[in-house]
Every structure is written in C-alpha cells, then in structure tokens.
Ligand binder design. Structure first.
Ligand SMILES: [Zn+2]
Length: 281
C-alpha cells in the first residue's frame, strides 16, 4: 500500500471537508471504547500545512506498525501540501499527543499546546484564548481536560474531545471543569462555524445542532442528577443508576468521573446536599 493519503471519494464527508475548508482527516489505527474508530489527525491548509493532534505513539509489535503507518500518512500529506508549518494539540492526552516526538523528529516545526512541555519538549507557542498559530486560533474549552483548547480555522473548528463525532465525552473533575466546559461550548455556538472536526468520529456539518445537543445533554444529566439527589440518593451507584442508566457497563467508570465533575459544579453553586458520596477519581 502506498504511504500517500488516499484521496477521499466525491460525496464522502472527507471530500466535502477538503473542498470547503482545505482540511484533511487522517484516522489513526487505535479504535476503542474511548477513541471510537480511532484518533483523528487533521491536516489544515497548505504552503505550509499545519497538523492538529498527530495521534498516539507507535509501540512495539503490531501497534507499532500501525503507528508508523499513521506517521507516514501524515508525512505524505504534509509533503503534498508544501511542508509542515507547525503542530498543534487540542489537549495533551496520549491518544492525541503520543506521536508528537516521532513526527517532529522526522520534520522539525514549531509546536503549540496549552501546556509548557509536551513529550519532554518545550512548547514553542503556548495556546490560550485568542492565540494565533498559523491558520489556527485557540479558544479554551476545558472540561475533558484542564488544558483543552478548540482550534478555529476559518469556518471550521478542530474541537478535539470537547465534542465528538458520535456519542458524548467525559468530563474530568478539575475545579470549575463543567462550568468552564459549558462556557466553551456556548462560545463555539456563537461563532459562524460550518464544520466541526472532532478528535474522534466523523466531521459534523451542522455545528449549531451538535453544540446545542451537547449543551442540552449536559443539562439533562444535571436535571436527572438533581432529581435523584432530591429523591434522597446519596451513593455513587444510585446516582449513576439514576442519571447514567443508558451508559454501557464498560464505560461506567468513565461515567463516574463525569459524575464527580457534575457534583463539583453543584457544590460550586451551593446546590449540593450534605452526605453525597463522591466517586474516587
Ligand atoms: Zn481523545
């Protein structure tokens, strides 16, 4: 198989993304319950191109070959687009940032991320609200992780794990995480976006509907949680049964993490009754 990125067939969402926004999707071969069909790496623009979220690190064995194939596809796409202008991260989780070192070892370029260091390397451009990096402008969207930023490229948003192409995300219980998350979603809602390019799953061409659905989803969880608390539930199990009953067994530990973030928000707002068990996360 050629290492070059396969050209998307006309009619595929990928072809539309490329035609309307000059953005190419390359999916890493790391499918799983949290990564869905795999981590999306996005190649934005040309002359030079910018890479958002290079994906997971290659490991020994078969996964290593998959990692190497993904890296080769990124390098081929960048070559076709007149070289690499920079690499940006939506957040420093290993399924997004693991390949940073390998990519930058092959072709050097500035690195942009919210943190000061990634993969033992000093970040060249620290992302914060409004920081511009090539064609990308950062908009903080904490929640999934404390360092999470969406990257705006024209009418498209590289939204990392703030919004996924399918299903919902988990929220890490950092102080103010859920309130900050809702705030970030509402700021994205106010932009004239035409496409969301998520960290996992397909591109979304109706950003307004998707973002509204995400805000509503969080508020619905909160309504169910508050109803359970009002009915006297205090234990983690009862609260998960009441508000996250639809979550498959294997994702329950992840739901418990999000429950903690919801409980923190209620506590921050002075709405949490006494004696509620907080998941140990
Ligand atoms: Zn991810």
């Amino acid at each position: 198989m050629s290492a070059a990125a396969r050209a998307p067939a006309p009619g595929e969402p990928e072809a539309r993304l490329l035609a309307e926004h000059g953005i190419l999707r390359l999916r890493a071969e790391n499918p799983g319950p949290l990564t869905l069909s795999g981590t999306n790496t996005w190649v934005v623009g040309s002359d030079p191109a910018y890479v958002v979220d290079p994906g997971p690190a290659g490991q020994a064995g078969q996964a290593g070959q998959a990692g190497e194939r993904h890296l080769e596809r990124i390098l081929a796409a960048v070559r076709e687009r007149g070289g690499l202008g920079g690499v940006a991260l939506t957040h420093d989780h290993p399924d997004h940032s693991g390949a940073v070192a390998a990519l930058l070892a092959r072709v050097d370029a500035p690195l942009a991320a919210a943190g000061a260091h990634v993969a033992g390397r000093r970040v060249d451009v620290q992302l914060a609200d409004g920081v511009v990096f090539g064609p990308l402008t950062a908009l903080p969207t904490p929640g999934h992780s404390v360092d999470h930023c969406a990257l705006i490229a024209g009418r498209a948003c590289l939204c990392g794990d703030a919004v996924l192409g399918e299903g919902s995300v988990f929220i890490s219980p950092d102080p103010g995480a859920l309130a900050g998350y809702l705030d970030g979603l509402r700021r994205l809602l106010a932009l004239p976006l035409r496409a969301l390019c998520p960290g996992h799953g397909p591109a979304v061409f109706d950003p307004h509907a998707k973002l509204t659905e995400y805000v509503e989803h969080r508020l619905e969880r909160e309504r169910r949680l508050v109803a359970a608390l009002d009915a006297g539930a205090r234990g983690v199990r009862e609260l998960l049964d009441a508000a996250w009953a639809d979550v498959p067994e294997q994702l329950r530990p992840v739901a418990a993490v999000t429950l903690a973030a919801h409980l923190d928000k209620l506590a921050e707002e002075g709405r949490l009754p006494a004696g509620v068990q907080r998941p140990s996360v």
